[in-house]
Design a binder for this molecule. Structure first.
Ligand code: SF4
Length: 625
C-alpha cells in the first residue's frame, strides 16, 4: 500500500448514530492525493445535485492529506468540505494548527458526516475508535469555551475543531475553529456543521503514519528546513512576521480594497498605524503549528472598551477586512474584531465584507438607525463595526439579514443595495484587489469556490517552478495573456492543498519539495508534471460538481467596482479596468471548458480518467460544444 495514509475514512450517519469505516482504494489516492481531492471525488457521487446545503442531504467532511503527520515541514492543514450554503456549489476551507495530525494519528484520513443529529453531538476519535457523544452542555458555548472544555475534560493532548454560536445559528459566513483561532473559515462550512447539530470533532492518537522511505525523509527534512531557514521564497517574511507585515503594504500598494472597494488608498491615511511594530506592542506570545519551523502566528492581548481580549494576531486578510475596507486604522479594534470572529466562529473576510456592505447601505440611506437598533454606521467607527460583528454572529436585529451574506442581504434590500454587495457567486471577495492583480478576477469568477485568493493566484507559486510564465511580479498590472497562466498555479495549489501542506510553507521551499516528499512517503515517484495532471483532475471534478448543481459562473454578475468598472480615478491602480472577458476566455481555452458555461469538455474529462463524469455531463454520445 502507498505510504502516507491510514487507509480509511469514517462515515458518521448522524440521524441513526451508525458509524462505518470505508477503505480508500489506492487508485483514488494516486489520482486525487487526499484532502479535498479525495473528498470531491467521493462526494460527487454522494451529494445529490439539487441538495440544499443546509439540508440533511448535504455531507460534511474533515480531511487530512498524505503529508499530514509526517516530517514534511508545515504539513498541518485540515480541510473541511461540503456543498456551500453561500454559493450552492462546492465548498471547502482549511485551517492549520494541530488538529489534522491528531485526526490522522487517531487512525483516519478523514471523516464524513451525513444526515442531522436529533440533538447536539460531538464525535470523539481515539486510535481507531470513534464515538458520538452528547454535546447538549456545549451548545451555545463559544469556541474559546469549547476549546477550554476539551482540554479540561477530554485531555490536554486532545485536539478539536468546533463551531460557535454563529454556526449553531446557521450564519452562512460561519467557519470551523480550532485552538481559538486556527480557522477553516470560508465557504460557510460552519453553517453546515451547525445544520447537522455537530458541535465539535475531537481526536487523540499515537498511531504512526506509514512512510515508505524513512531515511530519505530524514534527508529531505534537513534539506528543506534548511531552505526555510535560508529564506527561500517567502520564508523570511512568514518566519519573521507572518502575514500581518503585509497589512500596511497592501493598504498602500493598491492590493487592499478601501471603503468597501469604492476608493483608493488616496482616501485611507492610516496605513502606518497598521504597521507590524504596532501589532508587536500587543503580542504576548509567538506560536507554531505542529513541528513547524516557520512559527508564523502569535497571541495578542488588548484592552478595548473596558475589557481585556486575548486573540490570535490578525492575519493580513483580517487586518485589511476590518482595516482599509472599513476605513479603520485603530489596530486594537481590529484585534477585537478578530477575537469576536474566532469566539463566535465567523469568517473574518466575509464578516468584514458584510459590515462594509452595511456601512455603505447606511451611508446611502438604504438602512437607517431604525434598522440597526440605533447603531450609527459611520466609516471608521470601530465600536459600531464590532457591535455589528456580534449582531451578525448572533443573528440579532440587522445581523439576521447580514448573516445571510451580502448577496442575499442585497436581494432583500433591493436594487439600490446591489452595487455595494461585493461578492462573486454569493461569496464575499478576499482582500486582494483584481485591479492590482488582474488574474484574480478570473479566479474569483471561475474557481469552483468563487471569491477565493488561495487557489490559482500567480503571486503564490514557489521558487524553482520551471515555467515560461512572465514575471508578473515585475509587471503586476499586465493583462494580455495573463489568463493563460492561471491554470498552472491552480493545479499546483490543488495538489498542495490536497496533500495537507500549508500554503505558507509551500511558498517557502523550492517547488521540488512537495514531489520529493510525496515520492519518499508514497514509495513511488511523483513528479512536478504529475502534480499538474493531478491538479487538473481535481479542478475538473470540482467544476463538474458545480455544473451538475446548475451553476454557470459566466452568468454570475461581476461586482463591477472591484473589476475597475469604472476605474479608480486615483491611487496606484488608477485607470485600470480588468480585462475579464479576455482573460476568462484564455483560462477556459486552457482548461478545455466550454466558453459559454465553463463545462469541462468530454475529451478533457476522459483524458483525465473521468469517464463517468464525462457521461454524466455529456449524456448524448459524441456531443461536443
Ligand atoms: S507557516 Fe504558520 S500557519 Fe503554516 S504551518 Fe507553519 S505556523 Fe502554521
Amino acid at each position: 500500500m502507498l505510504g502516507g495514509y491510514m487507509g480509511k475514512v469514517l462515515w458518521v450517519h448522524l440521524d441513526t448514530g451508525v458509524i462505518e469505516e470505508q477503505s480508500l482504494p489506492e487508485t483514488m489516492m494516486r489520482d486525487f492525493v487526499g484532502g479535498y481531492g479525495i473528498a470531491v471525488r467521493l462526494l460527487y457521487d454522494r451529494i445529490p445535485p439539487a441538495a440544499d446545503a443546509l439540508s440533511p442531504q448535504n455531507v460534511l467532511g474533515f480531511l487530512t492529506g498524505p503529508l499530514t503527520g509526517t516530517p514534511m515541514p508545515t504539513s498541518t492543514r485540515w480541510t473541511v468540505v461540503c456543498k456551500s450554503p453561500l454559493t450552492g456549489g462546492w465548498g471547502d476551507a482549511n485551517g492549520s494548527g494541530f488538529f489534522a495530525v491528531a485526526l490522522k494519528r487517531a487512525g483516519y484520513d478523514g471523516v464524513f458526516f451525513t444526515g442531522v443529529a436529533p440533538q447536539p453531538v460531538y464525535l470523539y476519535i481515539e486510535n481507531g475508535r470513534a464515538e458520538l457523544r452528547d454535546a447538549s452542555n456545549l451548545w451555545g458555548q463559544d469556541c474559546y469555551q469549547v476549546e477550554d472544555w476539551v482540554k479540561e475534560h477530554l485531555g490536554q493532548d486532545v485536539e478539536a475543531a468546533c463551531i460557535g454560536p454563529a454556526g449553531e445559528r446557521l450564519v452562512r459566513i460561519a467557519g470551523v475553529v480550532h485552538a481559538k483561532g486556527r480557522v477553516a473559515a470560508r465557504s460557510g462550512v460552519g453553517a453546515v456543521m451547525g445544520a447537522k447539530r455537530l458541535k465539535l470533532v475531537a481526536a487523540r492518537g499515537n498511531l504512526e503514519v506509514p512512510i515508505a522511505d524513512p531515511e530519505r525523509i530524514k534527508e529531505l527534512r534537513k534539506k528543506y528546513v534548511g531552505q526555510i531557514m535560508d529564506g527561500v521564497g517567502y520564508a523570511d517574511s512568514y518566519r519573521k512576521t507572518g502575514t500581518p507585515s503585509y497589512t500596511p503594504i497592501g493598504a498602500v500598494n493598491g492590493d487592499s480594497p478601501v471603503r468597501n472597494w469604492r476608493d483608493s488608498v488616496a482616501a485611507f491615511h492610516g496605513a502606518e498605524n497598521l504597521a507590524f511594530e504596532e501589532l508587536l506592542k500587543y503580542r504576548v506570545k509567538r506560536h507554531a503549528c505542529w513541528r513547524c519551523p516557520i512559527a508564523c502566528w502569535g497571541t495578542c492581548r488588548v484592552e478595548y472598551a473596558g475589557r481585556w481580549h486575548e486573540t490570535h494576531q490578525p492575519e493580513y486578510e483580517t487586518g485589511a477586512a476590518f482595516g482599509a475596507l472599513m476605513m479603520n486604522d485603530h489596530y486594537p479594534s481590529i484585534m477585537v474584531a478578530n477575537s469576536l470572529c474566532n469566539r463566535y466562529g465567523l469568517d473574518t473576510i466575509s464578516a468584514g465584507g458584510c459590515t462594509a456592505f452595511a456601512f455603505e447601505c447606511y451611508e446611502a440611506g438604504i438602512i437607517g438607525p431604525q434598522d440597526t437598533d440605533g447603531l450609527v454606521l459611520t466609516w471608521g467607527d470601530h465600536e459600531a463595526m464590532n457591535r455589528l460583528v456580534e449582531k451578525i454572529a448572533l443573528r440579532e436585529g440587522i445581523g439576521d439579514l447580514l448573516a445571510e451574506g451580502v448577496q442575499r442581504a442585497a436581494e432583500r434590500l433591493g436594487p439600490a443595495a446591489r452595487p455595494f454587495a461585493i461578492h462573486v457567486g454569493g461569496q464575499e471577495l478576499p482582500m486582494h484587489d483584481p485591479r492590482y492583480e488582474p488574474a484574480l478576477g478570473v479566479i474569483y469568477r471561475l474557481e469552483a469556490t468563487p471569491g477565493r485568493h488561495t487557489q490559482g493566484c500567480q503571486f503564490l507559486v514557489p521558487p524553482g517552478y520551471e515555467s515560461a510564465r512572465p514575471d508578473f511580479g515585475e509587471e503586476p498590472h499586465k493583462q494580455a495573456g495573463r489568463g493563460h497562466w492561471v491554470k498552472e498555479a491552480l493545479c499546483l495549489h490543488h495538489v498542495s492543498n490536497a496533500a495537507g501542506l500549508c500554503l505558507f510553507g509551500y511558498l517557502s521551499m523550492m517547488a521540488t519539495a512537495l514531489p520529493d516528499f510525496l515520492s519518499a512517503i508514497w514509495g513511488e515517484p511523483f513528479t512536478l508534471q504529475d502534480m499538474m495532471t493531478t491538479g487538473e483532475r481535481i479542478a475538473n471534478v470540482r467544476q463538474a460538481f458545480n455544473v451538475r448543481a446548475g451553476i454557470n459562473p459566466l452568468a454570475w454578475p461581476i461586482p463591477e467596482r472591484a473589476y475597475g468598472m469604472p476605474p479608480l480615478p486615483d491611487g496606484p491602480t488608477a485607470g485600470i479596468t480588468v480585462q475579464i472577458e479576455q482573460m476568462t476566455r484564455e483560462f477556459l481555452e486552457d482548461m478545455d471548458w466550454t466558453l459559454d458555461a465553463a463545462v469541462p469538455r468530454p475529451e478533457a474529462l476522459r483524458r483525465l480518467g473521468l469517464d463517468d463524469i464525462a457521461r454524466d455531463l455529456w449524456p448524448q454520445a459524441g456531443q461536443t460544444c
